[in-house]
Design a protein around this ligand. Structure first.
Ligand code: NDP
Length: 461
């Protein structure tokens, strides 16, 4: 990336605004056809203008030019053989985005939509999220356009082993530590770990997180992202003298994050009335029966529509967007990126939503976030609100290093404390930079400053 000549001819320094604009334009030029990546960068850079104004060193040392460029982007062939003997080829990715404060850390996503743009947006966000956790972890992300839906266990295992055969060259407990994400749960992590162990010929437990409890996994990791999102939203509510108790909640998705967000919100006294998958959503006026959702999704690998066949109080609706037209006090988007657009945000506001907490990564479009903020809706951005998963992943790494296992209660308590601290840091940063109640700005700034200062300390590398 060309660096910006920060002195104009008249020797007057350019402003932070111009600097940020220049960097964003360069990102667009150098990464064409990557809309999700542009969206994630735009949101962060825009928040940083006041930080650059206050600390021009970041501009003089080219911190933004460096932070938007991944340290390494690996793309590789993943050949495998399906059950009928046919050779298939998928594409694998790993972005090692930033290692200023620790080894690269971030999940692996297996979904047909995966491409360089998605992986880079997720990796870029991960830098700031990981810094917010207060743990020594850098930013990374990876995955493949492999679609696990409809594949046999044998096919998933063979694909996953082939994926790891290549990925293993680039990762390690002190280098890069992947975990799960969409389409990568306990089963896939097990196969990935087995293949890594076979290749290395040693038991390096800390190379992956989200492992099974019997071979180095942490209790409460499975629950951590969903629980953490609810803990974060609970802090936002508390500041307004509100609680989850008695509130109506809508949660999108019915995967790992959604299931445990539903569980914790229900434990705190809320009624969750809807959840979804990529084919549609269910509305259960009596409140979601979570044991049935777990049975369908964690055991039977069923579609969410089956819920309505088994529970007379529920209805199934095709399509994902309609879930946001259900009146609710609290909305927790926990499925995927850009699932709440401007129109859905307006409908949520018109129906009286009080708080939105992002369990998924970048589930709200930039226009939707504007709608929430203009209407003073409490808004917990993904970087902060869903940081519980990676926080407990870092606790898993700590347990692996110490060869210890903490109890569920110990981990859950640490998780809640971490989420409270993240909330406070976001509020403090937002206030310091004259954006009270703007947790988007607060999260971006609090995360950025930690990473940027470490980058300055380590020189131009
Ligand atoms: P899962 O694969 O367990 O679940 C994903 C859920 O979202 C499924 O119900 C899935 O439905 C639905 N979904 C996926 N893609 C789409 C789509 N294009 N449209 C509508 N629904 C969709 O993934 P996770 O729960 O792990 O991840 C969910 C989100 O949370 C992602 O944004 C992820 O990046 C983020 N996240 C996850 C963390 C974790 O610890 N797992 C940590 C931090 C963030 P279907 O089964 O039909 O595809």
């Amino acid at each position: 990336m060309p660096t910006l000549d920060i002195k104009k001819e008249n020797q007057q320094e350019i402003g932070a605004n111009q600097y940020v604009q220049f960097i964003f334009e360069e990102v667009q030029k150098r990464n064409p056809n990557e809309p999700e990546f542009h969206q994630a960068v735009k949101e962060v850079l825009h928040s940083l203008i006041p930080v650059i104004e206050k600390n021009p060193t970041y501009m003089k040392q080219g911190v933004l030019e460096r932070i938007v460029e991944p340290e390494r982007m690996i793309s590789f062939r993943v050949p495998w053989v399906d059950d009928s003997g046919q050779v298939k080829v998928n594409r694998g990715f790993r972005v090692q985005y930033n290692s200023a404060i620790g080894p690269y850390k971030g999940g692996l996503r297996f979904h047909p939509s995966v491409n360089a743009s998605i992986i880079k947006f997720l990796g870029f966000e991960q830098i700031f999220k990981n810094a917010l956790t207060g743990q020594p972890i850098g930013g990374g992300k990876g995955g493949s356009d492999f679609d696990p839906k409809g594949k046999s266990d044998g096919e998933i295992m063979r694909f996953t082993q082939s994926f790891m055969s290549e990925l293993s060259k680039y990762i390690g407990p002190d280098v890069d530590v992947p975990a799960g994400d969409i389409g990568v749960g306990a089963k896939e992590i097990g196969y990935l770990f087995g293949q890594y162990k076979k290749i290395r010929g040693g038991f390096e437990a800390g190379v992956l997180t989200g492992k099974g409890i019997g071979y180095g996994g942490s209790l409460a990791r499975k629950e951590a992202t969903g629980y953490g999102t609810v803990y974060f939203v609970n802090e936002m509510l508390k500041d307004q003298d509100l609680t989850f108790s008695g509130k109506t909640v809508v949660v999108s998705g019915s995967g790992n994050v959604s299931i445990y967000a539903i569980e914790k919100a229900t434990q705190l006294g809320a009624t969750v009335v809807a959840c979804s998958d990529s084919s549609g959503y269910i509305y259960d006026k009596d409140g979601i029966d979570l044991s049935l959702v777990k049975q369908l999704k964690e055991v039977e690998n069923e579609r969410i529509s089956e819920y309505a066949n088994r529970k007379p109080s529920a209805e199934f609706f095709e399509g994902c967007q309609g879930i946001w037209s259900i009146p609710c006090d609290i909305a927790l988007p926990c499925a995927t990126q850009n699932e709440i657009d401007e129109i859905s945000a307006k409908i949520l506001v018109a129906n009286g939503v009080k708080a939105v907490g992002e369990g998924a990564n970048m589930p709200s479009t930039l226009e939707a976030i504007d709608v929430f903020q203009q209407n003073n809706i409490l808004f917990g951005p993904a970087k902060a609100a869903n940081a519980g998963g990676v926080s407990v992943s870092a606790l898993e790494m700590a347990q692996n290093s110490a060869r210890l296992s903490w109890t569920f209660e110990e981990v859950d308590q640490k998780l809640e404390e971490i989420m409270k601290t993240i909330y406070k840091e976001c509020v403090t940063a937002a206030n310091e930079y004259n954006a009270p109640n703007n947790l988007v700005v607060g999260a971006n700034i609090a995360g950025f400053v930690k990473v940027a200062d470490a980058m300055l300390a380590q020189g131009v590398i």
